[in-house]
Design a protein around this ligand. Structure first.
Ligand SMILES: NC(=O)C1=CN([C@@H]2O[C@H](COP(=O)(O)OP(=O)(O)OC[C@H]3O[C@@H](n4cnc5c(N)ncnc54)[C@H](O)[C@@H]3O)[C@@H](O)[C@H]2O)C=CC1
Ligand SMILES: CC(C)CC(=O)C(=O)O
Ligand SMILES: [Mg+2]
Length: 351
């Protein structure tokens, strides 16, 4: 990449700034000797900014963020119960605002059990799958409304939007991933009751499968998928699913693979028309915010995904291997957020 990589950094709320500080520490360490340099722009967006200015994501924010090569985000969402944030909906306005505006139609969430990690599974070594979650459609588009609000006769709708265009592109991406991995794709949906959306997802999977002869295709209802994620996770290679099911399944995937503090993700625009955005799977964790208790590993592994996405494969591998070694050496003694970041950055040559 000619010139420095322009990186937009959005620390966000709660533990977001704490884990992003460590992720940047690691990024700086791994790129210190690299031919590629990073030019960072910090965006102070989230609940605090909304409370100060009334803005969540302005057109100017969006234009400025779009002019970057990639985005690193911590987490957004304010203190639960703060009445001033009730109508702002930072999660929808900012996080989904970015994913939708930047056409992040692939939400890529790898799950891997690192050696030495305490997992509730009996055979965790076999776990290595990715969830390809659709990122711009489904029930998260805000296609809803309510009548007779606040009364005992209120009716509220939240309609899931699934377009053939949107489903086909993410399914095609998932098949291509499976073809580069272990050649197995599992569609997860709820076709037995969500017959319109589920039927279309299944039909499109069947159609695209005809182009990927080497990939075997499986189907699970989402409720059954939660069973097998716990009892037989080795059966999964690539899971493709909609926005809501993918959101839920990937918190579960984090839990079975050593904790949500290890789960990284990428919001990808595969066409390259917009910058892709990398973030931990977890949220702003108000219950531990400001206490240096958050595990920054998910944010650091999100940096590895970011580097990989930018084609900096050696740097990505160096971060992953430093994280792997750090995890393997973890004992029951708790370390602070910055102690974990320091140790990983140090392993990468930081002083
Ligand atoms: N991408 C984002 O910005 C996301 C934002 N959120 C928002 O975050 C806020 C809190 O959401 P929750 O549902 O509580 O989910 P959460 O992921 O923030 O927290 C769930 C549990 O996991 C723990 N946890 C999360 N990250 C951790 C880490 N790095 N290390 C150690 N423990 C960790 C928390 O302490 C909490 O007990 C809400 O406002 C929610 O909407 C939730 C998910 C994603
Ligand atoms: C806060 C939600 C909109 C996002 C979420 O939970 C996720 O993407 O995992
Ligand atoms: Mg989630």
């Amino acid at each position: 990449m000619p010139g420095p990589v322009k990186l937009a950094v959005i620390p966000g709320d709660g533990i977001g700034p704490e884990v992003v500080a460590e992720a940047i520490k690691v990024l700086d360490a791994v790129t210190a000797q690299s031919a590629t340099t990073f030019e960072k722009t910090w965006f102070s967006l989230g609940a605090a900014r909304f409370l100060e200015t009334g803005d969540v994501l302005t057109d100017a924010d969006l234009a400025s963020i779009s002019a970057h090569d990639a985005i690193l985000l911590g987490a957004v969402g304010g203190v639960p119960g703060d009445p001033r944030l009730k109508d702002a909906n930072i999660e929808r306005g900012l996080l989904l605002g970015l994913r939708f505006a930047l056409d992040h139609y692939v939400n890529l969430r790898p799950t891997h059990v690192y050696p030495g990690v305490p997992s509730p599974l009996s055979n965790p070594g076999d776990v290595d799958f990715i969830v390809v979650r659709e990122g711009t459609e489904g029930p998260y588009v805000g296609n809803g409304g309510a009548i007779r609000r606040g009364t005992g006769h209120e009716v509220a709708n939240e309609v899931s939007v699934n377009t053939a265009f949107g489903v086909e592109r993410v399914v095609r991406f998932a098949f291509a991933q499976a073809a580069q991995r272990r050649n197995k794709l599992t569609l997860v949906h709820k076709t037995n009751v969500l017959t319109f959306a589920g039927g279309m997802w299944q039909r499109i999977v069947n159609e695209v499968a005809a182009e990927f002869h080497g990939v075997s295709v499986d189907y699970l209802h989402v409720d059954a998928a939660t069973i097998f994620l716990v009892t037989d996770p080795a059966r999964f290679d690539v899971i493709v699913t909609d926005n809501l099911f993918g959101d839920i399944l990937t918190d579960l995937a984090g839990a079975i693979s050593g904790g949500i503090g290890l789960a990284a993700s990428g919001n990808i625009n595969p066409d390259g028309a917009f910058p892709s955005m990398f973030e931990p799977v977890h949220g702003s964790a108000p219950d531990i915010a400001g206490q240096q208790k958050a595990d920054p590993t998910a944010a650091i592994l999100s940096v590895a995904l970011l580097l990989e996405h930018l084609g900096l494969t050696e740097e990505a591998a160096a971060v992953t291997s430093a994280v792997t070694a750090d995890i393997a050496g973890r004992s029951s003694g708790a370390r602070t957020t910055s102690e974990i970041g320091d140790a990983i950055a140090h392993a990468l040559g930081a002083h």
